[in-house]
Write a protein that binds this ligand. Structure first.
Ligand SMILES: *[C@@H]1O[C@H](CO)[C@@H](O)[C@H](O)[C@H]1NC(C)=O
Ligand SMILES: *[C@@H]1O[C@H](CO)[C@@H](O)[C@H](O)[C@H]1NC(C)=O
Length: 276
């Protein structure tokens, strides 16, 4: 698997128009928080599909990876722990090529059209709930160097990555975010990140161009309930405070299940990991 990862990283570097060291350069630059010139962008932006839009269905060793991904996205497959090892290349190409961005863009197009059609009450009570990881920010730089979800979740190394505050923006979601602000709908973040990660999360969001959110709701440290329980509970608090949740977007089903869900929910793609 290390070989497949290395190959993908090399491809990324090549597509980004530079040598293999481009990957390291991106991360160093990110550490230095250089916002200008789309520093983190090559990670998920300036890439081109590398397998052709329909060419490689990812059938490796008998695992039809496209069918696996569909089952995951449709929430037919649940409680899975890792991406099938045979699908590392497939998921890597999906995430780093144009397909992931395309799928995300299609979701956001629908969300924007829906938001534009809303009749607001005029009292500024409408809010839209955003998840953070793989929704407003992308952890692809981490997963691209860690087997694209084929390895069991490592809380230590993942939290180290989070604390760098270098996660790049997911540009499609930011398009929705900015549209909502222009319409007068207030963004609220409800995230499974924990309260001790508030400062770095705020810094990361700002660094990637987010501003003007109404609230950032994080899990208490040591919270031992489910993601659905936490997130629906936070949405209930918003509703109890008189806000109207007109929309809710996330990459996990646990972001958008559990009353009150919000008047309409939007599911972004994420074949990298499952949070129940
Ligand atoms: C998890 O990450 C930490 C920090 O990078 C590392 O030391 C540890 O070996 C990793 N654990 C596993 C099981 O890979
Ligand atoms: C979860 O936390 C609550 C309150 O802090 C505690 O009473 C309960 O025993 C915990 N449950 C588990 C499974 O750790």
């Amino acid at each position: 698997m290390a070989t497949a990862t290395a190959r993908l990283v090399l491809l990324v570097a090549l597509v980004a128009g530079s040598s293999c060291s481009a990957w390291a350069a991106v991360q160093v630059a990110a550490d230095e928080r250089q916002k200008e010139a789309d520093v983190a962008a090559p990670v998920i932006h300036a890439l081109r599909p590398m397998v052709g839009s329909a060419g490689d269905l990812g059938r490796r060793g008998g695992v039809p990876c496209d069918s696996w991904r569909l089952a995951v996205e449709a929430y037919n497959k649940r409680d899975w722990r890792t991406v099938p090892v045979d699908c590392e290349g497939y998921v890597g190409h999906y995430m780093l090529g144009g397909h992931y961005r395309q799928d995300s863009g299609d979701v956001v197009d629908e969300a924007v059209a829906y938001a534009e059609g809303l009749k607001l009450g005029g009292k500024g009570k409408e809010v839209w709930v955003f998840d953070t990881d793989e929704t407003t920010l992308s952890n692809l730089p981490y997963y691209a160097t860690d087997g694209f979800g084929t390895k069991p979740y490592n809380a230590t190394s993942f939290n180290e990555y989070v604390m760098e505050g270098s996660a790049p923006v997911l540009p499609e979601t930011q398009r929705l975010y900015n549209k909502l602000i222009s319409l007068g709908i207030k963004p609220v973040f409800v995230t499974g990140r924990t309260e001790d990660q508030r400062a770095i999360t705020v810094a990361n969001l700002r660094r990637e161009g987010y501003s003007g959110w109404m609230k950032l709701m994080l899990k208490p440290v040591g919270y031992n309930g489910t993601a659905i329980g936490f997130k629906s509970g936070e949405r209930q608090k918003l509703q109890d405070a008189g806000y109207v949740i007109v929309g809710n977007i996330g990459d996990q089903w646990s972001d958008i299940l559990g009353a009150p869900e919000g008047a309409r929910t939007f599911k972004l793609p994420d074949p990298l990991y499952y949070i129940g």
